[in-house]
Design a protein around this ligand. Structure first.
Ligand code: GZL
Length: 288
């Protein structure tokens, strides 16, 4: 298997890489692995090298949704099946990949928005929201924003007063939050598309003398260990889980594909949500 990973931008990505590498060992799959440092051109280069090496299966997590048809057609011409994991592509030609294994990011955004709606259900005051987006053009950033907006569309007291990308990194979240606090000092809530940017936002809030989780509420997505720790301490108020443990299912799919067996076009990962209490209970046994 040739795997073209996005990068090492977040705790989620680190856990995802570990899951893939450990599962390959476990399954006896020879894994060629590349880290694209979040650059699409590096992922395309890696996929081309796997085609040259005539691997049995190519798998990758597209850093952004668009711009894959050319290289995926090259894999198709070389009769090498492609498995999408974690993130999707926006290609209309579904013959370019065998299956997409990953979360429903729109649903994740909806779960975050539904929690916000419930949190402020008894308030008639305006709720000013700052959104810290994931990587521009990526499926999780596009879909988590869409799901969140849909969940809050019914109530005009919710207003997203600022929305900017932090590129899924802790440093990015901190920089964006610093700027947002200057331009919108009366923010009530932050919705960060992943824990790492939420953790960066916490650093910025504390530097500005704000109490995260109280002066400004925070809802994030992922549920990695550092995020769950902040949740258990009340610095984050709610986390929607996005499981990075895709390795076992990926190896199972790859072996089926190699054996010529059919696999579903879409394989959804199971995930849940966490309150501070639930985080305290879950933390001791978390794999990541
Ligand atoms: C989601 C994944 C996202 C995570 C981020 O499946 O693509 O990328 O939510 C990661 O933490 O950087």
């Amino acid at each position: 298997m040739g795997f073209a990973q996005v990068g090492a931008e977040s705790g989620w990505r680190t856990a995802n890489t570990k899951s893939i590498q450990d599962s390959a060992k476990e399954a006896g799959v020879t894994l060629k692995f590349s880290d694209a440092q979040q650059k699409q051109e590096n992922q395309i280069k890696a996929i081309r090298s796997y085609i040259q090496q005539k691997v049995d299966v190519i798998a990758f997590s597209p850093v952004v949704e668009s711009g894959w048809d050319t290289v995926l057609n090259e894999a198709k011409q070389a009769n090498i099946p492609v498995v999408l994991t974690d993130r999707a592509v926006d290609s209309s030609d579904e013959s370019l990949y065998v299956t997409f294994l990953g979360s429903d990011f729109v649903e994740e955004g909806k779960k975050a928005g539904e929690w916000v709606a419930k949190e402020y259900t008894d308030s008639s005051d305006p709720v000013k929201i700052a959104q810290i987006e994931g990587t521009t053009g990526s499926a999780p950033a596009i879909d988590r924003a869409e799901g969140f907006k849909t969940a809050l569309a019914g109530d005009s007291k919710f207003e997203v007063v600022a929305s900017q990308t932090g590129d899924f990194t802790r440093a990015g979240g901190k920089q964006v939050m610093e700027a947002m606090l200057k331009s919108n000092p009366d923010i009530n809530l932050v919705y960060a598309h992943n824990d790492d940017m939420g953790l960066g936002a916490i650093e910025a809030m504390e530097a500005a003398g704000k109490v995260p989780g109280q002066d400004i509420k925070i809802v994030t997505v992922d549920a990695v260990k550092d995020g769950m720790t902040a949740l258990s301490e009340g610095k984050i108020n709610y986390i929607v889980e996005c499981s990075p443990i895709l390795g076992p299912q990926l190896m199972d799919v790859a072996q089926k594909v190699k054996a010529g067996e059919s696999v579903p076009k879409r394989i959804l990962t199971e995930e849940t949500t966490f309150t501070p209490e639930q985080a305290k209970e879950a933390l001791p046994n978390r794999q990541y």
